[in-house]
Design a protein around this ligand. Structure first.
Ligand code: NAD
Length: 454
């Protein structure tokens, strides 16, 4: 398998993909190794993961450079991702002990009762490329702390990063028969679905997630899916600084080259501030620097995959063909690399793919709305349910809207963010199950009820 730098289209490495035979061997190895790991105390496992937390910092420079080289993420954002992954790991290190210890429910009388939390066993972590550290850490860190063995399949577009992760975990002291990387594309991922694993934890597209859920359903083991979104942002007419709100929305659209699961993908603006918002958004979008992701000052690097350019341009053409106006952007930049200008479209509606399908790029449609009721109706008109943002001076007014939205996360005066202490979950086609927060710690263990008659 060739690893291609999306900024230069050069082959930067070649990897030997796993096969049915090697995947089975790795499974047998981890199945055996998990017993010893699961038998260690939580404190012992936390100590090992603590060393991984340190190593992420020690090797930051080389990790960030690799991440940028294989995904096209601007270097500053690669550093941000590593800092974010450390912060999440820290949170999990600080809070897991509390949620994994035995819980006494009845301590007096004839029958005492307690709950203990046991590992699931050996789980699959099938991962995405857009934030390989962040979405990886959400799964393999609590899985390992909980005592599980992990077969980790990084995305084929983030394999070198996955290899760094494996190297650092092993260096930190996670035994090599407890964590094993499986390298390859979708066909290799599919081999994991044939194994008798004890849980499937997937981050990626709805299409693949649904296929995995269907495929493993008869195993009756946990299957968690963190999938895509079509996340809306609504600007109410009482916002005070429209330039600042437009800037925040733009960052929500284009950060990580627009390839975030919780990126802002649709913008609704109340009519009183609509013209000012569109003007401010377009002005700032035109100033975005698109180019070499290794250079300081670059806002937007290349898309990670070549097909994505045509996909976005097709969404734009579909919208324009149905009456939208392209105010700026959408053109391919440069001869080499998968670069696209950020695109701003207005006069959009829900008959256009741009407003209904996940874009996963720095493009957005801005739609005018009369009032909060219309905004709620349009924001909810989607198959997805990951996040939604509301910008307003009034928390009360914003909360009234947020309450009515069927999404796992809502934001007031912010967007496109994830917190380790809060549950990360998608509704409808955005996913199933929870990572992060105490619920994301418990997701990797199973309760055992003890009835004890002394
Ligand atoms: P993808 O579905 O193409 O691939 C995800 C993973 O699944 C990869 O490792 C891939 O090799 C593997 N895979 C593909 N086919 C498979 C099969 N048949 N069996 C088993 N594994 C298979 O997704 P992607 O392009 O890597 O990621 C982008 C998507 O992920 C977007 O939709 C994005 O919104 C979503 N995402 C969601 C979250 C979240 O937290 N909700 C986070 C990041 C990304």
């Amino acid at each position: 398998m060739q690893i291609i730098n999306p900024a230069t289209e050069q082959v930067i490495d070649e990897i030997v993909e796993d096969t049915e035979v090697t995947v089975k061997e790795k499974y047998a190895l981890v199945r055996k190794g998990q017993r010893g790991w699961g038998a260690r105390t939580v404190e012992e496992r936390l100590e090992v993961i603590g060393r991984f937390f340190d190593l992420l910092d020690v090797e930051k420079e080389v990790l960030a450079a690799t991440l940028t080289a294989e995904t096209g993420k601007p270097l500053q954002q690669s550093n941000n991702e590593l800092n974010g992954a450390r912060a999440r790991t820290r949170w999990l290190l600080d809070h897991s002990g509390q949620w994994l210890k035995d819980e006494w429910v009845v301590t007096e009388g004839a029958t005492r009762e307690k709950i203990s939390y046991e590992p699931l066993g050996v789980i699959a972590n099938i991962s995405a490329w857009n934030y390989p550290y962040l979405v990886g850490v959400n799964v393999f860190i609590p899985a390992l702390i909980g005592g599980n063995g992990v077969l980790y399949k990084p995305s084929e577009y983030a394999t070198l990063t996955g290899m760094h992760i494996q190297r650092l975990l092993h260096k930190a002291g996670v035994p090599s028969d407890v964590f094993q990387l499986v390298a390859g594309g979708g066909a290799v991922g599919a081999l994991l679905l044939e194994l008798p694993l004890d849980g499937y934890f997937f981050t990626g597209s709805y299409r693949t997630g649904r296929l995995i859920a269907e495929k493993v359903a008869s195993k009756l083991v946990p299957c968690q899916l963190e999938l895509g979104g079509k996340d809306p942002l609504y600007v109410m007419d009482d916002v005070e600084d429209i330039g600042k709100v437009a800037g925040a929305a733009l960052e929500g659209v284009v950060y990580n080259n627009g390839q975030s699961c919780c990126a802002v993908e649709r913008i609704y603006v109340q009519e009183g501030v609509y013209d000012d918002f569109v003007k401010a958004y377009e002005e700032q979008a035109r100033k975005m620097v698109v180019g070499d992701p290794t250079k300081a000052g670059t806002d937007i690097g290349p898309l990670s995959r070549p097909g994505q350019l045509e996909f976005l341009q097709d969404q734009i053409a579909d919208a324009v063909g149905k009456g939208a106006r392209l105010l700026y952007g959408g053109g391919r930049i440069g001869g080499k690399g998968y670069f696209i200008e950020p695109a701003v479209l207005v006069d959009v509606n829900h008959g256009m793919k741009l407003m209904m399908e996940e874009s996963f790029g720095p493009v957005v449609g801005i739609q005018k709305v009369r009032d909060d009721a219309e905004a709620v109706q349009l924001m909810g008109d989607t198959e997805y349910g990951l996040t939604a943002a509301v910008y307003s001076k009034s928390y009360q007014r914003a909360e009234e809207v947020m309450r009515q939205l069927n999404t796992g996360t809502v934001y007031w005066n912010c967007c496109d963010r994830v917190s380790a202490g809060l549950p990360w979950s998608g509704r409808k086609n955005s996913g199933l199950g929870v990572t992060l927060s105490y619920q994301g710690i418990r997701a990797f263990v199973q309760p055992k009820a003890y009835h004890i008659r002394p």
